[in-house]
Structures are given as C-alpha cells and as structure tokens.
Design a protein around this ligand. Structure first.
Ligand SMILES: Cc1cc2nc3c(=O)[nH]c(=O)nc-3n(C[C@H](O)[C@H](O)[C@H](O)COP(=O)(O)OP(=O)(O)OC[C@H]3O[C@@H](n4cnc5c(N)ncnc54)[C@H](O)[C@@H]3O)c2cc1C
Length: 383
C-alpha cells in the first residue's frame, strides 16, 4: 500500500504551488486533476503578477513572496515569467492623487515604484491616448506570466526534477479519515492513501464537502475577457492598469483620499458590472483585454449567464478605445473565466481533524499571491 505524505486535489495554481512547497520540504506528493489538464481560472486569466494592487498587509506580502518564487523558478527553468513591470495610469486628478499617496505607502515598505509624468508615459507608451492619462505609477519589479502555459511548465518541472506524481482525468469524489490515515477515493473507484490531503478545488463546490462550501458564504465570480489578433507593430510591455483599476484594487483603499473618491455618472454601468480595464500583451503580440465581475452564491452558479454578455464587452471595448490607440480592434477570442471568492475577500480555509485542509476562494489575486500563500499554508499543514 503506497501512502503519500500529501495528496493535493486540483492542479490549478494553488494546488500546483501547494505541491511545490511540500516537495521542497522533502514530502512525497501526488497531485490529482479532474481534467486532462487544468483548464479553469489558472489558465483563463491575465497572468498579471501585481502585488502593488493587493491589500497592504498579508496579501501584498504573499504577492511579494510569489514574485521571488516565480523569479527563482525562471532563473532555472522557463516558466514564461517576464519582468517588465506594472503601470497604473490615472485618468483624472483624484486617481493621480491616489497614485502619489500609493507611492509614499510603498516607499515605507521599501517596494520600488516611480511616478511617471505625462511626458514619460508618452515616451514609454506612444500608443496610449494622451487625452486619457494625467500620469502614471510604475512598479519595475513586477512580472507577468503566460497563463495558458505557466502552470503546465511548473508542473512538468516538478515531475521531472522533484519527483511529483501526477494523475489527470481523475475526479476525486470522496475523502475520509480512517484509523488516522486519509483515504482519497476517485470516480474510477481507486483509493489512495495519504498522511494529509490539501483540497485546492477552485470553484468546484459540489463534489467534495458541498455542505461546508454551502455554509461558507463563498461566491463564484464570472469574468469576461477578450484577446486581439497579434499586433506585432505595437509594443505594450508590462501589466497595464487603468484609472478604473486604481478605483477597484485593494491597495488603494489604504490611501487617505480613497474614501472621498467621487464616481462620475458615466462610470455607473462600469461599477454595476465590476468592470475595470487591464491590458497585457501576450508573447505572440496579441493584446489581452478585460475584465468584468458578476457574482453568484456558491450553491447558485446557474444564476450566472451562460453566454458571453456582449453588453459588458461593448462597455469594456468602449473604455479600452478611450485608453489605447490600436491599428485595429479585431478580436480573435472572447472567453469567460470563473473563480471562487471567499466571503471576507481573503481566502477560504477549513481543516478536518488536522488531516484534510481546504484552501480555495483566493479570488482575483491567485496568480499574484498563490505561490507565496501556498508556502505559508504548507508550513501550517505540516507544522
Ligand atoms: C478571467 C480571469 C482573470 C484573472 N486575472 C488574474 C491576474 O491577472 N492576476 C491574478 O493574480 N489573478 C488573476 N485571476 C485569478 C486567478 O486566476 C485565480 O485566483 C487562480 O487561478 C485560482 O487558482 P485555483 O488553483 O484556486 O483554482 P483553479 O484554477 O480553478 O484550479 C482548481 C482545479 O481543481 C480541479 N478540481 C476541482 N475539483 C476537483 C476534484 N474533485 N477532483 C480533481 N480535480 C478537481 C479543477 O479541475 C481545477 O483545475 C484571474 C481570474 C480570472 C478568471
């Protein structure tokens, strides 16, 4: 009977980095994924790794740790991480004031940033519409990853160099503790034994422990995304965040002037759909544009519309065209992504007899903070 030190359920970014940190501490690890490869939030997102946008306590620190983890990986194995920084562009005086305050707050944390006057914004980004921005704030240490490949590259590397065992196309449909040993059962009637189990099942709330998720007040969030055809003549390096992102991201809520921020009338439909505008140029030259946020309770996912809502996409494109000049706006791809969001905006954690540990609901910050958060969680699981 083979018994693993840790079985991880779910091979998204949380599951993969849980596996990584456990392997680093010498544990034997099996990672189980229900699909042929992970196809949920972890591969549908922007791939922006932006600690500067996170709440200035724990989540910023998890993001900062994640940056180091990604960079350390990238120095040894290609995982598609590119250090080209993050840029926030303020569209009015209130947002500009927030950028200035934010720079001061990050200075205290010894986290590098540079205020960019309008002229420097233009020199770096001639394709940004000069009428849109007042100025910008640049975080040179931040990175982006390619979501369609990163988690697969990390997993392959863990299999090859760290001895990770991986089972795909395997739905875990039960997890019990018998005589102090975890028994993980699969839809294929296999039983796998483990000392401990980490459940990182994203927004899948129905297969394992539905009663716990029902009580959790967790939400499921649907996001609309789109991607242009490759535009090699455009150079849009780094993570690009707009005025609406400044208004939305948690870090800015620590600024003194945040509570007096006014919402102009034209922004009301944007607030209704939780739209803020982000851009990232993928390695193939296409530009990824998003996003919006629609929420439903964990046990009411059918309330989220089935299709891609074009009213939302039109709003996204309208504001994107105010920010950026592109030679054409032909869209190659529209898609929706879904993530689980813990009720308190942090992460949902639950443990059963100090043996089975659920970690999900990291929300819209998993690519930024998941690697660092998983390190802390694995430390707690094996302490
Ligand atoms: C459109 C979009 C844009 C985003 N942009 C960003 C961004 O730029 N930066 C950022 O920091 N974050 C971003 N996020 C958030 C980020 O993608 C998520 O926080 C993160 O991917 C969540 O990872 P996860 O491992 O918890 O979940 P998931 O990626 O959903 O992975 C969970 C995995 O568990 C598997 N699973 C579930 N149940 C079982 C079972 N019973 N048996 C076996 N396998 C199971 C699933 O198949 C899935 O592969 C974005 C999210 C979306 C949707």
């Amino acid at each position: 009977m083979k018994k693993y030190d840790l079985v991880v359920v779910g091979a998204g970014t949380l599951g993969t980095f849980h596996a990584y940190h456990a392997l680093l501490s010498g544990k034997s690890v099996l990672l189980i994924e229900k699909d042929s490869e992970p196809i949920e939030a972890t591969v549908r997102n922007f791939g922006q790794v932006v600690p500067s946008g996170q709440a200035l306590d724990t989540w910023f620190e998890h993001g900062r740790k994640s940056l180091n983890i990604y960079k350390n990986f990238q120095s040894k194995h290609n995982i598609s991480a590119r250090q080209n920084g993050s840029y926030y562009f303020a569209s009015d005086d209130q947002e500009m004031a927030l950028l200035e305050e934010m720079r001061a707050l990050f200075k205290i944390k010894d986290y590098a940033s540079t205020l960019l006057p309008k002229k420097s914004c233009f020199e770096r980004f001639p394709n940004l519409n000069t009428e849109y921005y007042k100025g910008g704030l640049f975080f040179p240490d931040e990175i982006s990853v390619e979501p369609r490949t990163m988690v697969h590259q990390v997993r392959e590397m863990l299999i090859k160099h760290f001895g990770l065992h991986f089972m795909n196309n395997t739905v875990v449909n039960g997890c019990d503790i018998k005589n102090g040993i975890c028994e993980v059962s699969t839809a294929g009637n296999e039983i796998i034994y483990a000392e401990k189990v980490a459940i990182c099942s994203g927004h899948e709330f129905k297969i394992l422990y539905p009663e716990i998720f029902k009580k959790s007040n967790m939400k499921i969030c649907k996001l609309n995304m789109m991607q242009t055809f490759p535009l090699p003549e455009i150079k849009l390096s780094g993570n690009i965040l707009s005025g609406l992102s400044i208004r939305r991201y948690d870090s800015f809520k620590s600024c003194n002037s945040y509570p007096i921020l006014q919402t102009p009338d034209w922004q009301k439909p944007y607030s209704k759909w939780g739209i803020h505008i982000l851009f990232k140029q993928a390695i193939n030259g296409s530009i990824i544009i998003g996003d919006s946020h629609e929420y439903a309770d964990a046990d009411e996912n059918a309330k989220l519309s089935v299709g891609i809502d074009m009213e939302i996409n039109e709003l996204i494109l309208k504001e994107s065209k105010r920010i950026l000049n592109l030679p054409n706006w032909k869209i190659q791809n529209y898609w929706a992504g879904y993530y689980a969001q813990a009720a308190d905006g942090g992460v949902f954690e639950h443990s059963i007899q100090d043996k089975i540990f659920i970690s999900t609901g990291i929300g819209g910050k998993g690519m930024t903070t998941g690697a660092g958060y998983s390190q802390q969680r694995i430390h707690d699981i094996f302490k």
